[in-house]
Ligand binder design. Structure first.
Ligand code: ZN
Length: 182
């Protein structure tokens, strides 16, 4: 379950904080994959750990030190992800590649749901896949995932697909999730 946290500062929208994550935690044991589109991030990491996050993903583009944030998440024994916005080139992930469990590639500009998939990000997925090599790192893709784009990103090397609007606007969640899995 992918949870998009936005602060109205790093991105133009505000969504939810650790209290909401904590209240949803009661209903499921499924993995909480918490995508922090927030800056500053350091001071909130302990709260997201306590709220029941299993994977905590932060952005390369924050002003705070990304390496320190990665270290802090690992200190709490949580899985850590690094995310890049569409305008950020694939090569920046090289400096984090031996310290992360997941690389999240944004295929829309982060901030709002329901945007169209950016096809120019397919090449980035392929580049990241190449950089990962034999390492056990998942590639996650977030933004504009529907039945058609799901196939494209899987072909390019994606392991985990995030889909919001495509699922929520469908009446049958089970069916659409099965279809997205292909
Ligand atoms: Zn996300």
């Amino acid at each position: 379950i992918h949870i998009d946290v936005m602060d109205g500062h790093f991105v133009p929208n505000i969504t939810m904080g650790p209290d909401v994550v904590k209240s949803v935690r009661k209903f499921t044991k499924k993995i909480f994959d918490v995508h922090l589109m927030i800056d500053p991030v350091m001071k909130y990491i302990p709260e997201f750990v306590n709220s029941g996050s299993d994977i905590i993903t932060i952005h390369h583009e924050i002003d705070e030190c990304v390496t320190d944030a990665i270290k802090l998440i690992k200190k709490y024994d949580r899985k850590v992800g690094i995310s890049v916005k569409p305008s950020t080139p694939a090569k920046v992930i090289e400096k984090y590649i031996d310290d992360v469990d997941l690389i999240l590639i944004m295929t829309v500009e982060p901030g709002f749901g329901g945007q169209s998939f950016m096809y120019d990000q397919i090449e980035k997925i392929e580049k990241v896949k190449y950089l990962i090599g034999e390492r056990k790192i998942d590639i996650e893709v977030d933004g504009g995932i529907d039945i058609d784009t799901a196939k494209e990103v899987v072909k390019a090397g994606a392991d985990i697909l995030v889909s919001g609007s495509t699922i929520f606007k469908c009446n049958n969640y089970n069916q659409i999730i099965r279809d997205l899995r292909g």
